[in-house]
Design a protein. Structure first.
Length: 242
């Protein structure tokens, strides 16, 4: 395993998280690849994925989204070490030429806004990739190091994630879904170099349901604090009812 450069990289933090479509495509491919992605002989067959990776990155989340339909996700962030956020992420599936579609995203607003290019004929929900891309850049900003490191350990954690059935209420209806929970940095050999050690215990939870448009009901990240009601950082993305 290569040793990461943990020198102060504040100059990199000022760069926007979006650097064109290739960044997002690469992020999706890297995050969705199985654990042995560095082995060129490894099969790309989705059957080699863990259940969590399959549910998140090898499932057609967009099959319930109709052309010209708009999905709105509420974004909330609180905590003692992060700025407060009350915002939205909007996804519209637009009809394109010759039966094709494009997903257009408005990833938050105002000073939190990040430009994103359209996604052509998406099957996976682009909101998931963009949320994770934003998250790992925030981890880089808070803890030093490089965002690729934090991305890699999310990928590793998804290979052994807690994966279970769950249920929830949405728009007045009861849904059965899947819950995926990970703590990527507990086993990180570089965790002693985190600028803010509290983030070693960072937790991620994903709640999915095939029946929902976009497939994703909620994504939550939390860095526990000294008490349950005072987290160091809590962020939630939640599908709003139409």
């Amino acid at each position: 395993m290569k040793t990461l450069r943990w020198a102060n990289s504040r100059r990199q933090f000022a760069q926007p998280i979006t650097r064109g479509l290739s960044v997002f495509v690469c992020a999706a491919l890297v995050l969705s690849a199985p654990l042995h992605a560095d082995d060129t002989s490894a099969s790309p067959d989705a059957n080699a994925f863990s259940p969590a990776n399959t549910a998140l990155f090898a499932t057609n989340h967009m099959q319930q989204v109709k052309p010209e339909q708009t999905l709105v996700y509420a974004v909330q962030q609180t905590g003692s070490m992060v700025p407060s956020i009350q915002d939205t992420v909007t996804l519209k599936l637009a009809a394109a030429q010759a039966g094709h579609t494009e997903a257009h995203l408005e990833f938050m607003t105002g000073e939190n806004h990040r430009w994103t290019p359209p996604f052509a004929d998406p099957t996976g929900n682009p909101v998931l990739t963009l949320f994770l891309q934003s998250d790992i850049h925030e981890m880089e900003r808070i803890n030093g190091g490089q965002w690729r490191h934090f991305q890699k350990y999310i990928k590793f954690a998804l290979e052994k994630a807690d994966f279970s059935a769950t249920s929830f209420e949405y728009a007045g209806q009861h849904y059965q879904g899947k819950k995926i929970s990970i703590q990527p940095y507990l086993d990180d050999p570089e965790k002693s170099k985190f600028i803010n050690p509290a983030f070693i215990k960072k937790q991620y939870e994903f709640i999915l349901a095939d029946e929902l448009p976009g497939g994703i009901y909620k994504i939550t990240t939390e860095v526990p604090g000294t008490s349950a009601d005072q987290p160091v950082a809590h962020k939630e993305l939640l599908l709003r009812a139409p």
